[in-house]
Design a protein around this ligand. Structure first.
Ligand SMILES: NC(=O)c1ccc[n+]([C@@H]2O[C@H](COP(=O)([O-])OP(=O)(O)OC[C@H]3O[C@@H](n4cnc5c(N)ncnc54)[C@H](OP(=O)(O)O)[C@@H]3O)[C@@H](O)[C@H]2O)c1
Length: 209
């Protein structure tokens, strides 16, 4: 316990699934957490849970596609808790699924902005804040899709998640000298709202497993 005592962390995609559980775990390990996603009510419910367990938490709802939201999350971490040590840029969406000729340019762009541009925007504001602390840990959620396996009907999702790995590699080299570790997680199938949408039959769930 208390592995993250005196650390301040931003966690996006905290209104459900992997981000929700991560926020609870980070807070239980002693980190002060700033939790983000679009659904305010879910974030408030999580904050109440963390608060009740004795953790430190602030909520800021918003859309990770917005540059102003990326800046504001770092502002909350700094104003409320004095700085930033860890950022878990985890928010993501599957986007429109289907054969590539049937996918609209606007849904392609939406998925790329949600999963990849958001990672850049987060890093853009988080890295200078971590440099002020003398180091930190920047973490992205990529996926097995687009990296470990190719899957039909998921071109935008796969491209965005592969892009996150490229971004991570560049940032790891750029910011290693500043004592900032940069990593991407490639979770396997994890039973969340997103996975239930994708693996919506017993056969698909078996494949995920
Ligand atoms: N589950 C899996 O099997 C699996 C496997 C590999 C990778 N992943 C990745 O893991 C991450 C978390 O997904 P999950 O499985 O935990 O699914 P989830 O429960 O659907 O969580 C997705 C989270 O992202 C947030 N989000 C989506 N679009 C957003 C936006 N535009 N602005 C702000 N927040 C946004 C959602 O919150 P709001 O709707 O409230 O905004 C939600 O909190 C994703 O990046 C996903 O691609 C999941």
């Amino acid at each position: 316990m208390n592995q993250l005592a005196n650390k301040v962390a931003i966690i996006t995609g905290a209104s459900s699934g992997i981000g929700y559980e991560t926020a609870k775990l980070f807070a239980a390990e002693g980190a002060a957490v700033v939790i983000g996603a679009r659904r305010q009510a879910e974030l408030e419910a999580l904050a109440a849970e963390i608060d009740l367990a004795g953790g430190q938490v602030r909520v800021l709802a918003g859309d990770v596609r917005d540059e102003s939201y990326a800046r504001a999350l770092v502002g909350v971490a700094t104003d409320a808790f004095g700085g930033l040590d860890i950022a878990f840029n985890n928010a993501g969406e599957l986007g429109e699924l289907g054969d590539t000729p049937s996918i609209s340019v606007s849904s392609w762009t939406h998925t790329l902005e949600t999963n990849l541009t958001s990672a850049f925007l987060g890093a853009h504001y988080q890295l200078p804040a971590m440099q002020k602390r003398g180091g930190g840990s920047l973490i992205f959620t990529s996926s097995f899709v687009g990296n470990t396996v190719g899957m039909a009907g998921m071109a935008a999702y796969a491209a965005s998640k592969a892009g996150v790995v490229g971004l991570m590699k560049a940032l790891a080299v750029e910011f290693g000298p500043s004592r900032i570790r940069v990593n991407a997680l490639l979770p396997g199938g994890t039973e969340t709202d997103m996975a239930r949408r994708f693996a919506d039959t017993p056969e698909a769930m078996d494949f995920m497993r």
